[in-house]
Design a protein around this ligand. Structure first.
Ligand SMILES: O=C(O)CCC(=O)C(=O)O
Length: 265
């Protein structure tokens, strides 16, 4: 059964994001919260907004992951939705927790994901799952609808602020912030966004934690090009990523591009 209606698919292509009807059951959300507690307990040295590769146990990106975050990437309902948006050949190449503790000041600057990633042609659909309720009050994801449409990376500038989760932000002159839309979700709901869409989120000044899980799926017609960044290097200086050795998984279909290297899990 199709998970997205024709008009939701059209919305994704028109706006750059969509919130599907499909959501995770409460029991699974409770398990994800437990998994997050475990993840934070076993990675006390990492800021909770920067828990990159949360799905890889003893990975080499400075985070020791938890299996449930890997399991959730195989959820058939999520994959059905992603398939409707990017086609039948699907690679999962990333899974990151963005957990903003209550009253703690880090914000995610306006950015385009494509600025950071070694995928050519650039393509990815992110599934952002709310582990907690994610509302304006506790700094939900914010998007600039339609900013993906030109399929162009806008000019970014570097920032060395301490309270920033990512170090590159879209130059303010490149877009109109007054167009921003708040993507409010209940825990278990999800939003999906395009690789070119400008998005970010404010610092969480509320008394409620705001945790989300961002799963990255690319069409296997694109190449996860491990040589674009040197080993251990990435365009994000604020946290460690290593695209040269990161395992990626073919979730459905075939490696249509024929050049992707998969590392066994
Ligand atoms: O969780 C957030 O506030 C930011 C998430 C984000 O930037 C992403 O999923 O690409």
């Amino acid at each position: 059964m199709s998970k997205l209606t024709t008009s939701e698919i059209a919305d994704f292509h028109e706006q750059g994001f969509v919130i599907p009807e499909y959501c995770l059951p409460g029991t699974l959300v409770a398990s994800l919260r437990q998994a997050l507690d475990e993840l934070m307990a076993q990675n006390p040295q990492v800021r909770p907004e920067k828990l990159v590769s949360a799905h890889i146990k003893n990975g080499n990106e400075g985070v020791n992951g938890v299996e449930l975050f890997h399991e959730i990437t195989r959820d058939p309902g999520i994959l059905d939705i992603v398939e409707q948006l990017i086609g039948p050949d699907i690679i999962m190449w990333g899974c990151q927790v963005f957990c903003k503790p209550a009253g703690d000041g880090m914000f995610v600057p306006w950015h385009q994901d494509g600025q950071y990633w070694p995928i050519r042609p650039l393509a990815t659909c992110t599934v952002w799952i709310a582990i907690d309720d994610s509302k304006i009050e506790n700094a939900c994801l914010r998007v600039i609808p339609g900013s993906h449409k030109e399929k162009k990376l806008f000019k970014h500038r570097s920032s060395d602020r301490d309270d920033i989760v990512l170090d590159q932000e879209v130059d303010p002159g490149e877009f109109d912030e007054s167009q921003a839309v708040d993507v409010e979700l209940e825990a278990g709901q999800m939003s999906l966004h395009d690789v070119y869409m400008i998005h970010g989120s404010n610092a969480n000044q509320s008394t409620k934690r705001r945790a989300g899980l961002a799963i990255r799926y690319m069409p296997a017609s694109s190449h996860f090009d491990r040589e674009i960044f040197q080993a251990g290097e990435s365009s994000a200086k604020t946290y460690k990523t290593d695209f040269s050795t990161r395992p990626i998984w073919l979730m459905r279909g075939v490696d249509a591009c024929g050049k992707n290297e998969f590392t066994p899990s």
